[in-house]
Structures are given as C-alpha cells and as structure tokens.
Design a protein around this ligand. Structure first.
Ligand SMILES: Cc1cc2nc3c(=O)[nH]c(=O)nc-3n(C[C@H](O)[C@H](O)[C@H](O)COP(=O)(O)OP(=O)(O)OC[C@H]3O[C@@H](n4cnc5c(N)ncnc54)[C@H](O)[C@@H]3O)c2cc1C
Length: 456
C-alpha cells in the first residue's frame, strides 16, 4: 500500500487530500514567507487516528506538521520539508466545562470563537482569555505558542493557564499530563514534574496535543476603558510601572500610528472591569488621579473625547486595536513581536520608527503589557501581496526588527524559521544542547515539523 492509500485506510478518503487545489492553501500563510511544498493534508477526528498517522509517518520517515488555525503569520505551519499537514479542525469537541473548578476541557481544533460562544450561552458567569487574533484560531495553537489575550495582564500568558494535556508522541504513545495523569479531573498542572513544558514553545516539534484543559475566569458585570495620551517616549517605562503597580486593571495596551495625524501619539489604553458599579467608579477615579499625578497634568492627559466607535472597539472581546494598522491594498500583514522588560521600550520604540521609514512605511504599533513584568512589542508591517518588492521590504523590516530585539536583550515571539535560527545562534550553548537532546529523545526520527528550532 502506498502512503496515500495508508492514510485513507486510517481516516477515510474524504479526510485525506493530495489534490493541488487543497495543497495550494496549506502551502502558504498570509505573512511574508514564500510558499513551500506540501504532499498530503489529513484531518483526523480521533486520538486513535492521530496515533496511527504518526506511527505511519514515523515508520516511513515522513514529516508531520500539526495545524490549528494557521494564523501565526510566521509560517510555523507551512512545512519546510514537505510531508503531511495534520489539520486538527475536526477535533472540535468541547468535552467538559467544570463550573466549580473553572476549567474547559477541549479538543485541539476548538476555536477561540467556538469556546467564547459556548461559554456565553451555557456558562455566562465564566470566560476565557481571548487573543486579538482572527476568531478561527485555536485555543490549543495559541496556548502552545505562549499567546496572550485580554486577561493576560491580570492572570498571565495562555500557556500559564494550561491545567493539563493529552498528547500523542511521534512514536505513538499517548500520555496525559497534569492532574489528569492521576485523576479523572483536569483541575491542576502540578505538583508533579511539569511535562506540559515539553510541548509549549516547541512549535509542534515534539508531538501532537489532542486535548487541553484551560483555566476559566469570572466574567465581571461591568467594563470600561480609559485612554491617556502622551508624546514622552522616555516616560513610557515609568507610566507602565505606575499603572501596573495599582494592580487594578484587566487589560492594558499601548498604541501609536503615524497616520492619521491624530493617532500619532502614545496612547495608553487601560481596560477596567468590576462586579459592582461602585467598584468600577473607584477604579476609574484611581487611574484618572494616577494619570494627573504621573504627568503633572501636563505630559500625560486623559483623552476626554474618546470617539464612541473607538470605545466600542477597545471594549470588544477580543479588542480590535490592530484593525487600524496601516493596511496597504493587497492584504499582506505580519508583525515582528518582541518580548521585553519595560526599560527597553523607549529604545525599541525609536528603532521601530527608523526601520519603518527606511522601508517607506508608516510606523504602527500595538503593545500589550503582558504581566506586571514584561511587554509584547509588535512592529507591524503591512504589504501588498501582489508586489514582490513590497513583500521583500516587509521581510527585511521584520529581519531588522528581530535582530534589534535580540541585540537589546529581548526575545522574539513566534518567530519564523530565520528568526529561530538567530535565537539558536545567540542561545547559551548548554541550553541549545539540552533542547537538541530533548528533541532527539522525543522525536528520534525528526519527523515533527522539521526546520523549526533546529540546532546545528
Ligand atoms: C490580526 C492578528 C492579531 C493577532 N493578535 C494576537 C493576540 O492578541 N494574541 C496572540 O496570542 N496572538 C495573536 N495573533 C497571532 C496568532 O494568530 C495567534 O497566536 C493564534 O492564536 C495562533 O493559533 P493558531 O490556531 O492559528 O495556531 P497555528 O498557527 O495553527 O499553530 C501554531 C503552532 O502550534 C503548533 N500546533 C498547533 N496545533 C497543535 C497541536 N494540536 N499539537 C501540537 N502543535 C500544534 C503548530 O505546528 C505551530 O507551530 C494575531 C494574529 C493576527 C493575524
């Protein structure tokens, strides 16, 4: 039996494709990376099917790339060495919502929008932290790349919200990680060795996650937005420190865009939520006073006439702050994302403007303050997908942004393969060696998403 027939035998011919028009879609994403070759696309429905596909691929040494929503923009799901793209979207069951222990047990293909809608309808007192990404992206794909959402400043990265997982190793073993290894309940991650870390940040190079338990949080009754504006780049670290020091906010991000002119300022967007009206009023007062005190009523100002459309956009979950980013005609968009300590923000802010101007673009930023300790700074670059020069300019701008991020001691988030190479070159050799050893142990034949996190 050939590979195609074997795959059909495992999951049925309707869910395997080697048709050119299907492969075309899976051979690219909407970022700047060039298209790459795909041999087969499969859409498994059960963990047993995943297991049998991986065992076949392992035996025949065929690369496998797991795919959730495919929206990282850095082509993490476009295979470097051909083979099978494993699209998880048919594994879309919301298996359990545990109201009392506040977690959702889901399969790998459940999208952000599906969980949000389900909770709204059946468990309106609970919510999950939602990224500002397209609604079709998956909870699992996002958590595995250490994504962030509207509750991150309060509760941490989405990878920190994982209680446990079911995973299939390339060699075919199925493992349960977290409390589910010992109990039918998926309520906690420890206290046992923290094995979910073997799959978080690895870009699908160690195995396939088939189920995941995600923490849920109370959904407060009231939400409001407060926006401050300023032009003082050097004051940004102190403003972030003082704002997070109050320990009262739900979400916090900074935006700036050179055009239209009214957006060419630093805007601090603070989202507040509360269970009681008085609580919300108290929080609004506290942040207004803080703004007046920090800026001496002069360098930072509360935006009093926030346009109702912007208010709605900021308060949406997910918020739509990035919608304003300078989208040129042609629909291409990618951002280089730097994870930084607060004191590095002025330097990267200025560098971002320099890089954008060098490539004839307007500078446009959205930065989410992740926790009280770090910020995700995104250099946004839009480009015309029909114009190769434009794509090349955006690619170069991303490369320069990535290099600058590493130069000032930052880390690149969900970087494309070239960015991963820069990271591996800079990494402590002992750490790089440990990564290589773990990878070799878990995926002895190197079939899982090869080309990512490769250590020479
Ligand atoms: C406009 C826009 C705004 C965005 N805003 C945000 C934001 O606010 N916050 C944020 O975090 N991100 C954001 N993103 C980035 C990205 O879209 C999200 O992080 C998205 O949630 C990634 O999920 P996905 O399902 O698309 O993952 P995919 O791209 O499908 O996968 C990501 C990685 O995980 C691996 N993987 C996927 N599923 C599995 C599995 N079951 N087992 C093992 N490995 C797997 C893949 O191989 C890949 O390496 C944004 C993107 C856009 C376009």
């Amino acid at each position: 039996m050939n590979i195609y027939e074997s795959l059909c035998d495992i999951i049925g011919g309707d869910y395997v494709s080697r048709q050119a028009e299907d492969l075309y879609i899976y051979s690219r994403d909407s970022g700047t990376q060039p298209p790459r070759h795909v041999d087969y696309v499969v859409m498994p429905k059960t963990v047993e099917e995943v297991r049998h596909i991986l065992m076949l691929a392992n035996r025949e040494r065929i690369p496998v790339t797991p795919l959730g929503g495919g929206f990282t923009l850095s082509a993490l799901v476009v295979p470097h060495k051909g083979g099978i793209v494993m699209d998880m979207k048919r594994m879309d069951r919301i298996i359990e919502i545990n109201e009392l222990s506040r977690y959702a047990l889901i399969e790998a293909g459940v999208s952000q929008a599906a969980l949000r809608a389900y909770l709204k309808k059946h468990h309106p007192r609970l919510q999950h932290s939602t990224p500002e990404a397209p609604p079709t992206v998956t909870i699992v794909g996002n958590a595995l790349i250490q994504g962030h959402g509207h509750l991150t400043p309060r509760y941490g990265l989405h990878s920190d919200m994982i209680n446990g997982m079911e995973v299939v190793l390339p060699t075919g073993e199925i493992c349960k990680l977290g409390s589910s290894a010992l109990s039918p309940s998926w309520y906690a991650r420890g206290p046992i060795p923290d094995l979910p870390g073997l799959f978080i940040g690895w870009f699908g190079t160690t195995g396939v996650v088939t189920k995941l338990s995600m923490k849920l949080y109370p959904r407060p009754h009231y939400r409001e937005v407060l926006v401050f504006s300023s032009d003082d780049i050097d004051a940004i670290p102190e403003v972030i420190f003082e704002t997070t020091q109050l320990d009262l906010l739900e979400d916090f991000f900074l935006i700036m865009q050179e055009k239209p002119d009214w957006m060419n300022h630093i805007f601090y967007v603070v989202i507040l939520s509360a269970h009681f009206e008085e609580e919300l009023a108290m929080k609004m007062r506290a942040f207004t006073n803080l703004c007046n005190k920090t800026g001496n009523g002069n360098t930072i100002k509360v935006v009093k006439d926030l346009h109702p459309a912007l208010r709605t956009r900021f308060l949406d979950v997910p918020p739509k702050a990035a919608v304003a980013a300078d989208f040129r005609k042609g629909g291409g968009f990618q951002y280089s994302a730097a994870i930084l300590p607060f004191d590095k923000v002025p330097a990267i802010w200025r560098k971002g403007i320099e890089i954008a101007h060098k490539h004839d673009m307007i500078a446009s930023y959205v930065h989410q303050v992740l926790t009280c300790h770090s910020i995700m700074f995104s250099f946004n670059y839009s480009f015309n997908r029909a114009d190769n020069n434009d794509i090349e300019a955006a690619r170069q701008a991303i490369d320069e942004s990535n290099r600058f991020t590493l130069d000032i001691g930052g880390m690149i988030w969900k970087g494309e393969a070239d960015a991963q190479k820069l990271v591996m070159e800079k990494m402590d050799p002992g750490t790089a060696n440990l990564i290589r050893k773990i990878k070799k142990t878990m995926d002895p034949n190197g079939i899982m998403n090869p080309g990512n996190w490769e250590v020479s």
